[in-house]
Ligand binder design. Structure first.
Ligand code: ADP
Length: 681
């Protein structure tokens, strides 16, 4: 950069033909027109004598980014107007350029050219300092292209000397005539042909034997350069083509992998669908099987219950005859066993009914304190027999009438208290209610049955709450049971909207508890009042069993004709024997049709009608009897339904069909006696 210290003062022709010296000192190096990149070592420095001279110093390893930065500065400089509308001298010092790609040089040269024409200025002479042979050749071509004069000098000082001393000899040089032989032109044409048509041709200056004195030397050099560029471009093009093909191949592979994966996902989805379908089918089948199992159980129980009813009835009849004390012991045992068997079958029937969703779901108003009284009177004796204390705790804050399912609640508590008695040998059983919350409409209670019995081992609690599980402890074996008690309790609690829970410590005791919400009935509520729980559970036959020992024959001195409509011959025999014993004459019809016939021919005081019979059932027959127009002798005759397991729904259906009352099987003497007293005038 010694150029900046040059003091030489030379002259350049002014407009009047006089020379005016220019020197470095006169140059304005505006800081905005320079940059130096400390990282790459590239520098670009511009100076101006307005309207006269433009000098550039460039150095370092020039890359396309530096060229862009330089062009931005050029733009700025031309925009400032220092060279607008003038002819100027340009000096470019490339002495310190280490490397500059050909394309970058072309970009720079073209930009400068564009700015010259935009701002209407023309470099009269361009002095290039320190250009390589190659650059000189290129610039010569560029000079011819832009029709400018380029002079190559070694240094900036030389440029200033030439500017200030003139006259310019280079013009003479330019006008020099050159002689070319046809052979030289042909040789050049051959070379161009090779470049165009022979892709593998590489230019070798020596091979072509072109000496530096050859007037075409510069052209050869530039063509060699272009050839190299062309080969480079062709190579790059090939590489890029290969890259594109590779990328395409990768893409194709990815695409096919994607399709495989998509297919896999689709297959998995299909399998999933099939699994879901199979699962749904299996669930349906399991549910159907479960229902079938419950129905089978119900049918089986029903089939067992029918002869059992006969056994119970006949034992009842037997008990009403005069027996000696030994016979009495036997009949008492038969009676006790049949009652237990009956209870068990009723449980199975109830459970299977619950499984098939046939729960009687009507709510009624009930008194929870009386419900507790009923449990007490049912189970106190059993507890006392084992010297267990059975206590009940109901806080005063709990209102008396509640709306809920008293029969279900009773059943649940009986099951839990019976278990508590069964699995305790000492201590106390406490049935209690805790008041959890209350609004003006409802009340939430926690109801629990706690004992101090054998308890349930840790890890078995979950098991116990599953259906039919019995712990294989000696106590369970001793106490017996079916595993139905908790299953029924659980079902009923869930139906009422609660969950059965269990806290237990082995050898210390268990507590079964559940939370239920009850509606508080309003003063003038029209809802049905429940029988007292006790009344609802205990059938008339059981209620009056205690009185069965009194002399039945004396109790009812009536002799009326009764029509018994029943298809089962054993039941026919039992009921007939009982009615005869009560002093009645009995005609038997095996189905509804036979009953209608009998009613047309005879006068009866009462009809006792089974519900399920072949050809015509009890409900249908009753409807027929009640039709006034059919000419029955007494269409208003009292008709009593006789059913095996009477639900409220059955009861309602009987009343709807026109029946007057119903009795449950097994039919007992005392029940029939009460019935006759009520209905036979
Ligand atoms: P069952 O009493 O007829 O066996 P449950 O369903 O009522 O059937 O009870 C199932 C099992 O749960 C019983 O066999 C017993 O092992 C256990 N269990 C129920 N209640 C208690 C209790 N209060 N204390 C200890 N174990 C009990």
């Amino acid at each position: 950069m010694g150029a900046f210290n040059n003091n030489a003062r030379n002259l350049t022709p002014d407009n009047n033909g006089k020379r005016e010296s220019v020197s470095l000192e006169m140059i304005d190096f505006n800081p905005e027109w320079q940059f130096k990149d400390s990282k790459t070592g590239v520098f670009y420095k511009n100076g101006i004598i307005p309207q006269k001279l433009f000098i550039t110093f460039l150095g370092g390893n020039i890359q396309p980014e530096s060229a862009k930065r330089a062009i931005d500065i050029l733009e700025k400089m031309f925009q400032s107007g220092v060279l607008t509308n003038c002819e100027y001298i340009r000096i470019a010092d490339y002495n310190e350029v280490i490397n500059a790609p050909f394309s970058t040089r072309i970009l720079y040269a073209n930009s400068l050219n564009r700015l010259n024409s935009t701002y209407n200025c023309r470099p009269s002479i361009t002095y290039i300092c320190g250009a390589s042979l190659l650059l000189k050749t290129m610039l010569r071509l560029f000079a011819s292209y832009v029709k400018q004069l380029f002079i190559f000098v070694p240094t900036v000082q030389d440029a200033f000397v030439k500017i200030n001393t003139g006259p310019n000899l280079d013009r003479v040089e330019r006008d020099r005539k050159i002689v070319l032989s046809q052979q030289e032109i042909d040789q050049f044409a051959t070379l161009c042909g090779h470049i165009l048509f022979n892709e593998s041709f590489t230019f070798d200056e020596k091979l072509n034997g072109v000496s530096p004195d050859n007037p075409l030397h510069d052209l050869y050099t530039i063509i060699s350069l272009l050839n190299n560029d062309l080969r480079e471009l062709q190579k790059t093009e090939k590489e890029q083509k290969k890259q594109i093909e590779d990328a395409l191949e990768d893409f194709r592979m990815l695409n096919s992998q994607l399709s495989v994966q998509k297919k896999n996902v689709e297959e998995k989805e299909q399998i999933q669908q099939i699994l879901i379908k199979n699962l749904t089918q299996a669930r349906k089948e399991a549910e159907t099987a479960n229902r079938a199992k419950s129905e089978f159980l119900a049918n089986l129980s029903h089939e067992i219950i029918t002869p059992l009813h006969a056994v119970i009835g006949m034992t009842d009849l037997l008990c009403s005859t005069s027996l000696n004390s030994e016979q009495k012991t036997y009949t008492d045992t038969i009676q006790m066993s049949t009652q237990q068997l009956h209870q068990l079958l009723n449980n199975i029937l109830e459970f299977s009914k619950n499984v098939s969703g046939k729960l009687d779901s009507e709510q009624s108003i009930f008194d929870i304190r009386r419900l507790f009284d009923d449990i007490s009177s049912l189970l106190l004796d059993e507890a006392l027999k084992k010297r267990l204390l059975l206590t009940f705790a109901i806080p005063n804050s709990i209102p008396t009438p509640l709306l809920g399912y008293p029969a279900f609640l009773l059943k649940v508590l009986i099951n839990l208290v019976e278990n508590a008695i069964k699995f305790s040998e000492k201590g106390e059983i406490v049935v209690s209610i805790r008041h959890l919350s209350e609004t003006s409409d409802d009340i939430t209670l926690c109801i629990s049955v706690k004992d101090s019995g054998i308890g349930i081992p840790e890890g078995k609690k979950e098991l116990i709450l599953q259906q039919f599980t019995q712990l294989d402890s000696s106590a369970t074996r001793k106490a017996g049971g079916t595993g139905l008690g908790l299953a029924i309790a659980k079902q009923l609690i869930e139906f009422m909207g609660g969950t059965l829970n269990l806290c237990s410590v082995e050898h210390e005791g268990s507590e079964f508890w559940f939370i239920l919400a009850f509606i508080k009935p309003q003063e003038n509520s029209n809802l049905p009042k429940a029988f007292t729980a006790m009344q609802e559970r205990v059938s008339p036959s059981e209620k009056e069993l205690s009185g069965s020992q009194q002399s039945i024959e004396n109790a009812l001195p009536i002799n009326n004709r009764i029509l018994l409509v029943e298809d089962n011959s054993v039941n026919q025999r039992v009921a007939k024997a009982m009615l005869n014993k009560l002093g009645c004459t009995v005609d038997i019809a095996a189905n509804g049709f036979e009953a209608l016939d009998a009613l047309q021919q005879n006068t009866y005081a009462l009809v006792i009608m089974d519900l399920q019979m072949p050809l015509m059932g009890g409900l249908e027959a009753t409807k027929e009897i009640r039709k006034q127009a059919t000419g029955r002798i007494n269409p208003n005759i009292p008709i009593i339904a006789m059913t095996a397991n009477a639900t409220k729904e059955d009861h309602n259906n009987c009343l709807k069909a026109g029946m007057n009352d119903f009795i449950s099987k097994p039919v007992m003497m005392t029940t029939l006696q009460t019935l006759l007293q009520k209905w036979v005038q």
